[in-house]
Design a protein around this ligand. Sequence first.
Ligand code: UN1
Length: 505
Amino acid sequence: MTQISTIFAELGFDFSAHAGNDLHSRSPRDGAAIASLRAHTVAETEAAIKNAQQAYEKWRVVPAPVRGELVRILGEVLRENREPLGKLVTLESGKILSEGIGEVQEMIDICDFAVGLSRQLYGLTIASERPGHRMMETWHPLGVCGVITAFNFPVAVWAWNAALALVCGNAVIWKPSEKTPVVALAVHALYEKAVARFSQQRPDLLPSNLCQVVLGRAEIGATLSASPLVPLISATGSVRMGRKVATTVAERLGRSLLELGGNNGMIVTPTADLSLALRAITFSAVGTAGQRCTSLRRLFVHSSIYDDVVNRIERIYASVKVGDPLDAGTLVGPLVDQQSFEAMQTALQQAKAEGGVVTGGERVAVGDGENAYYVRPALVRMSQQSDIVHHETFAPILYVLRYENFDDAVRMNNAVPQGLSSAIFTNDVREAEAFMSASGSDCGLANVNIGTSGAEIGGAFGGEKETGGGRESGSDSWKTYMRRATNTINYSRTLPLAQGVKFDI
Ligand code: UN1
């Protein structure tokens, strides 16, 4: 508790206005209570949507580079608070401190990206078939963006969405995971600091309620998804949740950006640099205790190096430091909660029943945290991709399979319902190119000689099939947060019709 109050003091953050008895935040580190908070009601969420709509109507006419200034200041405030905020991410989500701070760095990176973008938001000029005519496209703000995020990246995913949505001229309503509400409120408090600094420079420009947080469970997400005043819902989480959100949003013909499950594979070929591959496998499979949507879950190793690779992973797994996420040297922190531990054990049982040979996976005692769930990462030798291998279990379980020829390995990589991330370790340029080609990996992310997790914000992030098809962060993902208008302008003195149609009156 003392640790928590020191962090709150450093962040200048006080959640007493939100105290209540609906959401109980506990640290996965030791099971200790962080805070008990009041959830918003459906009526309050509806009011928030109306307020956001009013904010949007003012914000959309502020020039985009000026909107960028707010995001620039937000990035500045985040830089000033990188360590305490990173520590709070660690305490509430359980990821190790270096990853907690890394997550805040990811927020800063997307703010920088969005500031640059605020002077771009380019449209095209298009050749017209008619003389004295010009065509162009213009990108306009979209409206209120609903952002639903998960516990495993409790703040960065909001930032990917909010930084872009804000420079694009939108208002944002954030529904964080009910497992990580405190760090969401802390981020909102930092946003308020940015607002205060911006308003000092430019009074009266910034509407109130431009960014809001609504706390609660599924009914809050459902209220956002159903509202015709929310043209875009960006949702990160399970396939089950995404299916519900997508259905509700589709019913009203709204737009959704979905970032759902991953079941990410890696192929290790005979020419692979094994020392790099082993580090990449370890970071991707056991980092964040296997709780990233990009975590490595399936490994396909060529039979000529299979025994060597698997034995080496086994040795690493036996020695990798599982422990307090705040301790330097810890690589594997706790699972988020008991439910997640039980889901892992059930998956391992099923894997055994389906012929898997399991090493690791057992609970590890850390400190006196009876209510904390630490595990040794599990390695499961499988002879085929049975039912359980097709399933994403949010825990450090790595299924290892042997392959004989390259095409089979690519087929195995693609044989699951999810399509987020994938990787190959090879020094054979033909294999590398084939893996990235049209007949290669079917995932949104296809990496060569790096792991499946830890993407930078400059690229578009997301995946295919049950992953949901959305793209966030870099490249041209910003277009999802805007509406496109095609403009045709006639500067001639006649009125020719397209396709040569004659219509003289
Ligand atoms: C997630 O797990 O929801 O590529 C996002 C990565 C991170 C983002 C993961 N940059 O692993």
